[in-house]
Design a protein around this ligand. Structure first.
Ligand code: FAD
Length: 400
């Protein structure tokens, strides 16, 4: 047979390919990626260790190429998938047709751009290693950086840039950084952390244009403010990469629409940031752009592709996300929002528990790693907010 084809050789695709072998699949596995190679790399270091220059690119590798070759996983870089013929079970690529018995779609997401702003030198997005190295090179020139978007990418880049002595201004229409994810109170605490490191915030304001002749010179805001800038980072979210599927007949209306077992069609599964699936644990559709979900998707998708229908597993995953800023770890798990209880340790550590009625549904922590780990574990079974609060408070009282 043709075996399994995986499109996308990042977290979701590589874990899926390995999970096929873990499930004793012995047929051909071909993993395609548009990136030049020679190896797949991990993205979290692109706004942390690699951007800071603490690591070089080989250290950020997801797997050594030999580790995949040893398991007879044939990884081909520089190959773009350009179309999918579902009936003919064939992916069309820049290097010709690639027929498959089973297909795993793991093409991830790509940064949103500012509408109406043309590419120019000094204007950056951050998703790939080459974008990371280009941004780092601009920081080394010593610069005035404007970050558009106070989400986690923007805030991690702000922290890295300050560590490199770059002056940083963050602009967002929201009124606190990461407010959508962390809520207003924690967002404001995060803002104070950044301000303590010299980051300037212009919040509640949008960017209307980025100007420059050969390279970026200024950024204009909707209240008329003009900010001088040598470097601009746009971190306003990402969109799922489904353009290559537009004529496939698969539903790509908001990411690749998959069922609770990650099937998009018979013999076709999705994994990672590209996927919008029905999570039966919460009885709702989700599109999650986090590392751990991508990895977990890969394992479930690969297992289900191989198994008989009665063996298929639900992707009933608990979302989890971490971010590192100035050595402080921010973590989130489950569903947060609605009812909350705030448990504080020393002034810089805080755990926020979220609930639905009296039951724990989610947790956010700033610092407080051990308390977070405990609360995350409690999410896997029914647990009352009272019990979770007691458990977290006793750990925080003992310093963690
Ligand atoms: P991706 O990593 O986006 O990979 C998709 C792959 O598909 C790419 O290699 C791409 O080249 C390839 N591809 C796309 N289209 C085609 C095509 N048509 N043909 C062939 N190949 C194609 N998450 C956290 O939880 N914590 C963090 O601290 C964190 N930090 C991050 C920092 C940065 C700078 C970034 C960008 C992301 C970070 N994330 C973090 C998110 C995490 O990296 C993603 O959730 C994860 O990479 C998703 O993996 P994926 O395999 O689904 O998709």
């Amino acid at each position: 047979g043709h075996g399994v084809v995986v499109v996308g050789a990042s977290v979701a695709g590589v874990h899926a390919a390995e999970a096929l072998r873990d499930n004793a699949y012995s047929g051909p596995i071909t993993v395609l990626d548009a990136e030049p190679g020679p190896a797949s790399y991990d993205r979290p270091p692109l706004s942390k260790q690699l951007l800071l220059g603490e690591w070089d690119l080989p250290r950020a590798a997801l797997r050594a190429p030999a580790a995949l070759a040893d398991r007879h996983i044939d990884t081909r870089y520089g190959v773009h998938a350009v179309g999918l013929d579902v009936d003919a079970a064939t992916v069309h690529t820049s290097h010709g047709p690639q027929p498959f018995d089973g297909l795993i779609i793991a093409t991830g997401a790509t940064p949103r751009r500012l509408p109406g702003v043309a590419p120019m030198a000094g204007l950056h997005g951050l998703r790939t290693a080459s974008e990371c190295l280009a941004l780092r090179a601009d920081f080394e020139r010593g610069a005035e950086l404007v970050i558009v978007g106070a989400g986690f990418i923007g805030m991690e880049v702000a922290a890295a840039a300050r560590a490199m002595g770059v002056s940083v201004t963050v602009v967002d229409t929201l009124d606190a950084p990461m407010a959508g994810q962390l809520g207003r109170e924690l967002g404001q605490q995060l803002q104070r952390l950044h301000e303590g490191h010299g980051v300037r915030f212009l919040l509640g304001r949008g960017v209307t244009s980025v100007r420059g002749v050969d390279r970026v010179e200024s950024v204009e805001l909707d209240d008329g403010t003009v900010l001088r800038a040598d470097v601009v980072l746009v971190g306003i979210g990402a969109r799922p990469v489904t353009d290559w599927l537009s004529r496939s007949g698969l539903d790509t209306s908001d990411g690749l629409i998959c069922d609770r077992r990650l099937f998009a069609a018979p013999q076709i599964v999705g994994a990672g940031d590209v996927v919008n699936w029905h999570n039966p644990r919460y009885d709702r559709r989700m599109r999650i752009e986090h590392w751990t979900t991508a990895m977990e998707h890969g394992a479930v998708a690969a297992g289900n592709l191989l198994g008989d229908a009665d063996e298929h597993r639900d992707a009933d995953l608990v979302p989890y996300f971490w971010s590192d800023q100035y050595g402080v770890r921010i973590q989130q798990a489950g569903i947060t929002g609605a009812t909350t209880r705030v448990v504080r340790g020393d002034p810089d550590t805080v755990v926020v528990l979220s609930g639905d009625a009296d039951l724990l549904t989610g947790v956010i922590a700033v610092g407080a790693d051990r308390a977070f780990v405990r609360a995350r574990r409690l999410l896997r079974k029914p647990c009352t907010l009272d019990d979770a609060e007691d458990a977290v408070a006793s750990l925080l009282a003992r310093g963690g």
